[in-house]
Design a protein around this ligand. Structure first.
Ligand code: 13P
Ligand code: ZN
Length: 284
């Protein structure tokens, strides 16, 4: 099997009311953890890389490793470029073999966000590549949001409908109260807003910042229309903690195969746990 686009995975998820988890990876071991975890659970999966990861690991390496993984394991695997603001960078990843990308112009004004997204949709669709875009603001971990300001940052359902119609985007990342990174307290998600959007918008909706969101709330979000759940921080933290633990117990360790293996296993456990929550097990 070759790597696939998000679109085909997410349409099946929407039809059958589950979500496909998207895991951000950084190196060979995290890629293996995601693919092996998904294979053991017989789940479709999205491997997400930020532009920073593409620069770190190399576009050709990432595409080649993912193609090798998709060939070896008989599950549907998508390779997705996450949160990219640069149109040339996006086009380059598509030319290099990515089948799915996210253009993130959410910090621009509404019309510029529409224009940039439309440019990417026109380019990507000709090549059979799917596009995700974001409307509203999924803020960073450190920002202090006072509650009455929060509403202005969440996705407006009517604007979201206009956005999807004007851009032809394949999936939409919506802001309903999550943030990237660690939460001091789990945020209160605006499910009414999500229900409204799901009623009027026919493309799959995406939840960013899912690390630290409870099982109950992820399941509710899926029930109300979320088809893709993004997880980065939880894997990153657990991976690092396992390496720190290994060195604490084995201060003279110097073989990467020894100190990275437990980290990979722990990352794989996170992957399997999230697959269970997303309901994507046995969906291949
Ligand atoms: P977390 O780091 O909060 O899991 O967010 C992941 C994400 O949204 C990646 O795009
Ligand atoms: Zn995100």
């Amino acid at each position: 099997m070759d790597i696939v686009s998000n679109k085909e995975l997410l349409l099946d998820a929407k039809k059958n009311q589950y979500a496909v988890p998207a895991f951000n990876v950084h190196n060979l071991e995290t890629i293996q953890a995601v693919i092996e975890g998904a294979w053991e659970m017989k789940s479709p999966v999205i491997i997400a890389t930020t532009p920073g990861t593409v620069n770190y690991a190399g576009l050709e390496y990432l595409v080649a490793i993912l193609k090798a993984g998709a060939k070896k394991y008989k599950i549907s695997i998508a390779l997705h470029l996450d949160h990219c603001t640069d149109i040339d960078f996006l086009k380059n990843c598509i030319k290099g073999g990515y089948k799915s990308v996210m253009i993130d112009s959410s910090m621009e004004d509404f019309d510029t966000n529409i224009n940039n997204t439309k440019i990417m949709v026109d380019f990507a669709h000709k090549l059979g590549v799917s596009v995700e875009s974001e409307l509203g603001h999924i803020w960073g971990q450190e920002e202090e949001i006072v509650i009455n300001k929060r509403d202005a940052l969440l996705t407006d359902p009517i604007m979201a409908l206009e956005f999807v119609k004007k851009t032809g985007v394949d999936s939409l990342a919506v802001a309903i109260g999550t943030a990237h990174g660690i939460y001091k307290l789990e945020p209160k998600l605006d499910f009414d807003r999500l229900i409204k959007m799901n009623k009027i918008i026919d493309v799959p909706l995406v939840l960013h910042g899912a690390s630290g969101i409870s099982e109950e709330n992820i399941k509710k979000a899926i029930q109300y229309g979320i088809c893709k759940v993004n997880i980065a921080t939880e894997i990153k933290i657990q991976f690092a903690e396992a390496i720190k633990k290994y060195f604490k117990e084995n201060p003279d360790a110097d073989d990467p195969r020894n100190y990275l293996s437990p980290a990979k296993e722990i990352a794989k456990n996170v992957v399997k746990e999230k697959i269970n929550i997303c309901g994507s097990r046995n969906r291949i």
